[in-house]
Design a protein around this ligand. Structure first.
Ligand code: HEM
Length: 338
C-alpha cells in the first residue's frame, strides 16, 4: 500500500505550521468557537443501526454485531469565523460538512479523552482539496497571507476543487450526500466511507437568509415533524492505482469499488434549536481520532489531524473555562457581535 511522500520530519513541520496558525486565528477571531467549521446548523440526536447479516470480513469494530448506537450529529459550514462575534453567512460559497459521534461504543479507544465514542467526519464532496499535510499547511498559510508566490501556485489544483465544492447548491443539509474523502482502517482492510440520504435535496428558489441552512433543518425536523434517514456506506481499497491511500484528491470511483451498506442513520423529528443545545454543541469535540483502533484514520492528511484537533479543542475549551473560572475584563472578552 502506498506510503506518504512526506518524511516524518516534513509531516511534523507541516502539522505544527497548521496548528500554530490555527491557534492564533482561533484566539483572535473566536477563542471559544471552532477555528474551522465554526458554524453549526444544529446539533441533533440520532441513531446508527448496524445492518444484520453483514459479510464476515466486514464485521469489525462497531460493525461486529447488529447494534443501534445513539448519536450526536452536527451539520456545519467549513468556514472559520468571519470576524470576532460574526459567523459567515450561509449565502457565501462554502464546504458543507457532517460530524457524527456514536455513543456507548465498547472497546479500548486510540485516544483516552473520550471512553465510549466513535466519530465520523465528512464533507459534501468525494475528494479532499489537498493531497497531504504539506498541502494543508500551504493552504493554511495562504488563508492568513503568509504563502509566497510559488506556494500560491502550488495551490491551483486545491482552489479548483474548492471552487467545485463551493458551487454546489445546498437547500437542506439533511438531504445531501457526504464523503470521508480520506481513508480509514476497517480491521485489516482499508476503506473510505460515505453517508447518503434516502431523500434527495431539491434546491429551491435562491435563499435569502444568512442562516437558511439551520432554518431548513428546523423546518424539516421540528416544524414539518419529518425524520431524516441516511445509509452509511463504505468502499474497499482495491489497489494503489485505483484507490490510493495517500492521495485524497483522487476519487475512489464507484465503478472500481462500489459502495457497500453497513448501517442506517436515522435522525428522528425533534426540537433542537434552543440555547442549551447550542452550548453543548460548542463544547463538544468531534475528531477522526475519536475511534476504535479497528477504524483508525490512514494517510498524511489524517495523521496531521491527530495533533491539530486535539490541541485546538483543548484551546477553545480552556478559553471557555478561563472566562468563567477567572472572570476577564470586557476588553479581553469582546463578545459583542457588533
Ligand atoms: C489536515 C487536514 C485537516 C485539518 C488541519 C482540519 C482542521 C479542522 C479543525 C481545526 C476543526 C475544528 C475542530 C474543533 O475545534 O473541534 C475541524 C473540524 C472539522 N473538520 Fe477538519 N481538518 C482537516 C481535514 C478534514 C477532512 C479530511 C475532513 C472530512 C472530509 C474534515 C471534516 C471536518 C468536520 C466535519 C469538522 C467539524 C467537526 C464538528 O462538527 O465539530 N476535516 N477541522
Amino acid at each position: 500500500m502506498s506510503q506518504s511522500n512526506l518524511s516524518t520530519a516534513a509531516q511534523e513541520v507541516a502539522t505544527d505550521t497548521i496548528l500554530d496558525i490555527d491557534l492564533n486565528v482561533q484566539a483572535q477571531k473566536g477563542p471559544d468557537l471552532r477555528k474551522d467549521h465554526s458554524k453549526s446548523h444544529g446539533l441533533v440526536r440520532g441513531e446508527f443501526r448496524v445492518e444484520d447479516n453483514l459479510p464476515e470480513t466486514l464485521k469489525v469494530g462497531i460493525f461486529a454485531r447488529p447494534k443501534t448506537y445513539p448519536a450526536w450529529i452536527r451539520p456545519s459550514n467549513a468556514a472559520s469565523v468571519e470576524k470576532r462575534g460574526h459567523l459567515k453567512s450561509d449565502l457565501d460559497p462554502d464546504v458543507r460538512a457532517l460530524a457524527i459521534k456514536l455513543l456507548q461504543v465498547e472497546g479500548e479507544k486510540v485516544l483516552d479523552d473520550e471512553k465510549e465514542t466513535q466519530d465520523f467526519l465528512l464533507i459534501n464532496h468525494p475528494i479532499f482539496f489537498v493531497r497531504d499535510a504539506q498541502g494543508f499547511a500551504t493552504l493554511t498559510k495562504a488563508s492568513v497571507g503568509q504563502a509566497n508566490d510559488e506556494e500560491l501556485r502550488s495551490l491551483d489544483p486545491t482552489f479548483k476543487v474548492l471552487t467545485e465544492i463551493c458551487s454546489k447548491q445546498v437547500a437542506n443539509p439533511l438531504l445531501i450526500q457526504y464523503w470521508s474523502t480520506t481513508p480509514y482502517q476497517l480491521g485489516s482492510l482499508s476503506i473510505k466511507f460515505s453517508v447518503k440520504p434516502h431523500q434527495q435535496d431539491t434546491p429551491i428558489a435562491l435563499p435569502t437568509s444568512e442562516t437558511y441552512l439551520r432554518e431548513a433543518v428546523v423546518q424539516h425536523l421540528t416544524e414539518d415533524g419529518k425524520d431524516a434517514t441516511f445509509d452509511f456506506l463504505v468502499q474497499l481499497y482495491i489497489n494503489d492505482e485505483k484507490t490510493p491511500i495517500e492521495d485524497p484528491m483522487q476519487e475512489w470511483k464507484e465503478e472500481d469499488s462500489p459502495f457497500i451498506k453497513l448501517a442506517t442513520i436515522k435522525i428522528p423529528a425533534q426540537k433542537f434549536d434552543f440555547e442549551e443545545r447550542k452550548r453543548l454543541d460548542e463544547g463538544l469535540s468531534f475528531m477522526a481520532w475519536h475511534t476504535l483502533p479497528e477504524h483508525a484514520p490512514l494517510g498524511s492528511v489524517n495523521l496531521a489531524r491527530k495533533k491539530v484537533y486535539q490541541e485546538i479543542a483543548k484551546a477553545r475549551r480552556s478559553n471557555i473555562y478561563h472566562r468563567v473560572e477567572e472572570p476577564q475584563a470586557y476588553s479581553s472578552v469582546l463578545d459583542d457581535p457588533q
